[in-house]
Design a protein around this ligand. Sequence first.
Ligand code: SF4
Length: 306
Amino acid sequence: MIASNNIARTISLPVIDNHAAGQDEIPMTPNEIAAALTGRPYLSFSQVSTFQACPLKWYFTYVLKAPPESVHAGMLLGSVIHAAIQAHTESQLVEQPVALDGMMEIAYLTWDREAAKAPVQYSSGDTAESLAATARQMLETWLESPDSRVQGQIVSVEDLIYAPVAADLPDLAIKMDRMHLEEDLTGKSLIITDYKTARSMWKVNTAQEHAEQLMLYGFACTDIAEQLEARLKLQFVILTKAKTPKVEAIEITPSVPRMHRSIQVVRQVFHAMQNLIVYPVPSQMNCCTCPHQRRCDRWSPENGFE
Ligand code: SF4
């Protein structure tokens, strides 16, 4: 439970202490604890991974709900690619696939919406125009790839599900980019796809390092797969931002022990969140896209924001 430690005092957070409840009082449920912390009665994978990368960034984003000081153009590019692919996949449901120009319209709308939130921070050599050209090349390459033509039945596109993964944890909010059903001579497969944009093509090791996300998604969807009498398949589809973009699917084998390990990691992270164990983890990878860099400079564990 949240301890009244130095950090909790300096950042004036709500103190959640089930142990302090009187004997007649009903302890808070995990969803209620999550809501008291962040205003959301659930945990999302994005919260968990943000906390793992930098607990202070999680605190700024989800507890303080601090507005971004800037938006990194590379993150924006990832958002526009996701939105354009989502529009194309949804349009397949009504058998009227959106063409490249329609996808670019979605991309521009998404860019404008996200860029209105804070000044855009560009990496050296990038401009809005150069990134629009990159997005067009990436989407063109994706449209030519087998991934753009789903063989089988699309079950969901970017649907949010709240999975009760363990009695002592809040529901896990999961937004899968795409879930679809395929059938061949060996039977049915329920395929969960997560899209990633990257500078260069992931190696298998890189995919394994990110596998925790898909293991949690797989854990949350095990019942759905059983109901559909389908085996579960998990995959990342990587789109590179290189001059000549590439698209490649990398499959991650579902593993029950790894799924349970991932739940255990979430449990530890949630425990640390409740105790407000927040601290900065400065690194090139974490900080260059962080929307709280100036806020972070002003923060100290003793004094909060002096
Ligand atoms: S600037 Fe870096 S260390 Fe500071 S909150 Fe952001 S990611 Fe964490």
